[in-house]
Design a protein around this ligand. Structure first.
Ligand SMILES: CC(C)(COP(=O)(O)OP(=O)(O)OC[C@H]1O[C@@H](n2cnc3c(N)ncnc32)[C@H](O)[C@@H]1OP(=O)(O)O)[C@@H](O)C(=O)NCCC(=O)NCCS
Length: 266
């Protein structure tokens, strides 16, 4: 064998005869979701060393590592392998498909410079911003996302865990809109270094096309700016042109596309 393999702590490196790393792979277990166990497979082969079987070797190695992880976990929910990548490298996609992975989703990461002016617009008459309420936000989420492809029908506990159950979640920067007694719209906010993230937002169908989504976006950006942040960021599914149009109108620009392939293994 022309290469040397070094495996340590769920990472493997392939070096050439001069000791230069030409490929590496590692497996990351993600136990945050309550409805499934996930393992993310991360691998890279430098371009000159592609098409020589290194990718397949590492896929097998990563899958076997993931199976070892999963074997230590209770058999109470599905186990899913995920591969996340940012370029549209068709050769890599072929490899993933050969290993039984399927397209899961693609999302565009978009950023908005908060130094640019933020439109000063207000909610339609009779609607108000109120403090963050996870119960109301979940009601809006269910109604707003029910018609989206692949709607998972999560319980409130699972939704809260997935969208607000992390250290960077900021309830005071998150938004809740009421139309009288009825929850109408929401946005979940998080902060990572100098960026304010709109993790998820939705407007109930009955309140759409009245400027509510735009006003929620503008208010989130205002709060991020007051917080001293430089950029507003969000991700939008590539199959959601309506939301993408809204973000573009408010000055968000595409930064990168992230695609996820997945395989359910148990
Ligand atoms: C995407 C979403 C948040 C937009 O909310 P919204 O309240 O309808 O947003 P707005 O009213 O500000 O803008 C929507 C449209 O109404 C138009 N509009 C805005 N104010 C208006 C008004 N006063 N009168 C008529 N039309 C108006 C906008 O120009 C826009 O038109 P376009 O779709 O042709 O670009 C909403 O459709 C939604 O919740 N979708 C499902 C969940 C989702 O996809 N969330 C985003 C995930 S990343």
């Amino acid at each position: 064998m022309r290469y040397q393999w070094r495996a340590k702590d769920h990472t493997i490196e392939v070096t050439d005869t001069n000791g230069v790393v030409v490929a590496s792979a590692w497996v990351e277990l993600d136990l945050r979701a309550e409805h499934e166990y996930r393992a993310y497979l991360h691998g890279e082969v430098v371009p000159e060393y592609r098409r020589q079987g290194l990718g397949s070797y590492m896929m097998n190695w990563m899958e076997s590592q993931a199976h070892q992880f999963f074997a230590t976990l209770p058999n109470d929910r599905p186990c899913v392998l995920r591969i996340m990548f940012t370029d549209s490298r068709q050769d890599a996609v072929e490899l993933y498909e050969k290993f039984g992975f399927q397209f899961f989703l693609a999302e565009d990461e978009m950023h908005r410079d908060l130094k640019q002016p933020i439109p000063s617009i207000s909610l339609p008459t009779g609607m108000n911003f109120v403090p963050w309420s996870p119960g109301y936000a979940f009601q809006v989420y269910n109604d707003a996302f029910r018609d989206r492809p692949g709607f998972p029908n999560w319980t409130e506990a699972v939704w809260r865990q997935n969208f607000t159950g992390f250290d960077t979640f900021r309830p005071e920067l998150s938004l809740m809109v009421m139309a009288g007694e009825q929850p109408a719209a929401y946005a979940v906010s998080a902060v990572e270094s100098n960026q304010g993230w709109i993790v998820q937002m939705g407007v109930r169908p009955a309140f759409r096309n009245k400027g509510v989504g735009g006003t929620v976006l503008a208010e989130a950006m205002r709060r991020f700016k007051t917080e001293g942040l430089d950029t507003a960021a969000l991700e939008v599914n590539v199959n959601n042109p309506q939301a993408a149009r809204l973000y573009e109108r408010f000055g968000f620009v595409l930064v990168k596309r992230v695609t996820i392939y997945h395989k359910v293994v148990r």
